[in-house]
Design a protein. Structure first.
Length: 330
């Protein structure tokens, strides 16, 4: 996949650990709301908002800052180089545990099938996975998906053997027959299915709400540029509606951003559940199983168990539904 810039390439799913100085791929004007964006469908969709004039329509002065390396965007937000960033709920927990004043103000989407455990035809059930080797990127969302799936099926991580490979290498190892299972995301899921070598035995569709992709803002930026953030949330609702009603045009915009062909990129849409206004209300201000508050404990438990964060984040304080509620006013 070709990136816009020459920064190091990395997918949005890797759980960021560092909080030091990051690399910004562009330097927007000070007056603009600087928003980090990385290569994930729910975030690349911000370019639809930009190109279709939705920011301008809602008086939001927004500059999208592309990061080919997702981890750098996490670092840039935590160190104050960005006003807001596109990042997962998982990756927001570490900074919150360290006391970084961040607020989740919008849910762009949930992964709803774009992350999956792929197995060979010989694997008929989870019981058949016992003792088998599974390739995945350790301590990433892929690892979280596996841990969740094993727990749901009465198994423990120790019941399988994990080999640490990037998603692309994991898919290659699976297709070549070196491993019996792999946890990957699209487009590798699609590639494995097309090869006829495997199928999904479990996907993020079966863990609703646990893989939310967010817009997270610095608290001071939220206070200083609130009007722009309210307009940005309104622009997102227009974007979600546009993608739903005009998927082919939306895919053309999004695929061009990441250097893919539209027909290749379109495979991402079915596994991405874009959040509209109602879904955001449920996620940010509700208490259902898809809400950020409800899924927080499971995510924190995984991060702490694997020593990916220090301390316990007060994730309730990291949620601000007020911008969304203000955007809902006529």
């Amino acid at each position: 996949m070709k990136a816009i810039t020459s920064c190091f390439a990395k997918h949005r799913h890797t759980i960021a650990l560092a909080l030091g100085l990051g690399l910004i791929c562009a330097t927007p004007a000070h007056a603009e709301v600087k928003v980090g964006v990385s290569d994930w469908t729910g975030w690349v969709a911000w370019y639809v908002a930009d190109q279709k004039g939705f920011f301008k329509k809602h008086n939001a002065d927004v500059k999208l800052v592309w990061f080919a390396n997702y981890t750098d965007s996490i670092t840039a937000l935590s160190s104050g180089q960005l006003d807001a960033n596109s990042q997962t709920w998982s990756d927001t927990m570490g900074p919150l545990a360290k006391g970084v004043p961040l607020k989740a103000i919008l849910v762009n989407d949930n992964s709803a099938g774009n992350d999956a455990i792929m197995v060979t035809p010989k694997i008929k059930s989870f019981a058949d996975l016992k003792g088998k080797t599974i390739a995945l990127e350790e301590f990433s969302i892929s690892h979280f998906v596996l841990a969740t799936a094993l727990t749901k099926n009465g198994m423990a991580p120790g019941d399988v053997k994990i080999v640490n490979l990037s998603a692309g290498d994991a898919a290659a190892a699976f297709i070549s027959g070196r491993v019996q299972a792999a946890v990957v995301w699209n487009p590798w899921i699609h590639q494995i299915e097309k090869s006829g070598k495997g199928r999904a035995i479990f996907s993020s569709k079966e863990m609703p709400g646990l893989v939310p992709d967010l817009l997270v803002a610095q608290d001071k930026a939220l206070k200083a540029k609130r009007k722009d953030f309210v307009g940005m949330v309104k622009a997102w609702y227009d974007t979600e509606k546009f993608i739903r009603q005009n998927p082919d045009e939306a895919v053309k915009i999004m695929s061009k951003v990441v250097g893919m062909k539209p027909e290749e990129y379109k495979v991402f849409l079915p596994g991405t559940r874009f959040f509209d206004e109602k879904a955001n209300l449920d996620a940010l201000a509700g208490s259902g199983d898809r809400s950020l508050v409800a899924v927080g404990p499971d995510i924190v438990q995984f991060l702490q168990k694997n020593k990916l964060i220090e301390g316990t984040p007060n994730f309730g304080k990291g949620i601000d539904a007020s911008v969304m509620l203000e955007a809902a006013k006529p």
